[in-house]
Design a protein around this ligand. Structure first.
Ligand code: ATP
Ligand code: MG
Length: 220
């Protein structure tokens, strides 16, 4: 699939957005963020990568990797620039972002520049990730913030990371970009809670995903 993406771009060098997440389930917050990154940073494609068994998340109901993968495919099917990768869900052991980035580097080599797209909450966790410094060698970061969000925390974090890693200082200092997106208070946690309580979830996620999870009795 990854090779196919390069072919579809029809270019020698491509800019790829990487949207990692549990997508438990995928919702409009994820889709808006990916679309904004695509437009604002002139990316060629965005690859959604659902996690297999995520190292951070243990609380709450986690749908199977296959269900989360399928919901991601359904949600992105109509967008010609969005793709979904099985790279993490096909991996048996706990998936770490660094392993995925290495694998993508193996596949794409120098033919692609990778932009890891995250929400503001996720970028702040970056320092707790396994090998966060190493991660910076494989990709740039696009951190999505909402209007009115206090970006000071991210700016501080950025300075801290940049001062810790010489290889970044010596070259392009812009390894972490901030991107403002329209306010969206949607989260998978809230959607799961709503399903449990029989509250409406309409308009928070694509209708096709909504139908899929109801049909399969997910998060009940
Ligand atoms: P959960 O509530 O289970 O943590 P989530 O809604 O945060 O789920 P994830 O799959 O954890 O979704 O997130 C994947 C990525 O999408 C993360 O980088 C996260 O910061 C980002 N993200 C999630 N929701 C939004 C949103 N409403 N707007 C912008 N980014 C978001
Ligand atoms: Mg989250």
């Amino acid at each position: 699939m990854e090779e196919k993406i390069l072919k579809l771009c029809g270019k020698k060098h491509v800019k790829l957005g990487i949207m990692g997440g549990t997508f438990n389930p995928i919702h409009f917050g994820h889709l808006v963020t990916a679309e904004e990154a695509l437009q604002q940073f002139e990316l060629d494609k965005v690859i959604f990568i659902p996690t297999g068994s995520p190292p951070h998340k243990t609380s709450g109901i986690l749908a199977s990797p296959e269900d989360r993968y399928l919901m991601s495919v359904i949600a992105t099917a109509s967008n010609p620039d969005f793709f979904v990768s099985r790279i993490e869900i096909d991996r048996q052991r706990t998936s770490y972002t660094i392993d995925t980035l290495k694998e993508l580097k193996n596949i794409f080599g120098n033919r692609a520049t990778l932009y890891f797209i995250t929400g503001a909450d996720a970028i702040l966790e970056i320092l707790t990730w396994k090998a966060s410094g190493e991660i910076m060698q494989y990709c740039r970061f696009i951190a999505a913030t909402r209007p009115g969000y206090d970006i000071k925390k991210i700016e501080d974090l950025k300075e801290k990371i940049l001062s810790n890693y010489d290889f970044i200082n010596s070259g392009d200092r812009q390894h972490i970009y901030l991107m403002e997106i329209p306010a969206l208070a949607i989260s998978s946690t809230d959607i799961r809670r709503r399903i449990k309580e029989n509250s409406p979830i309409k308009y928070l996620l694509p209708e096709s995903v909504c139908n899929y999870l109801l049909k399969h009795g997910l998060y009940k």
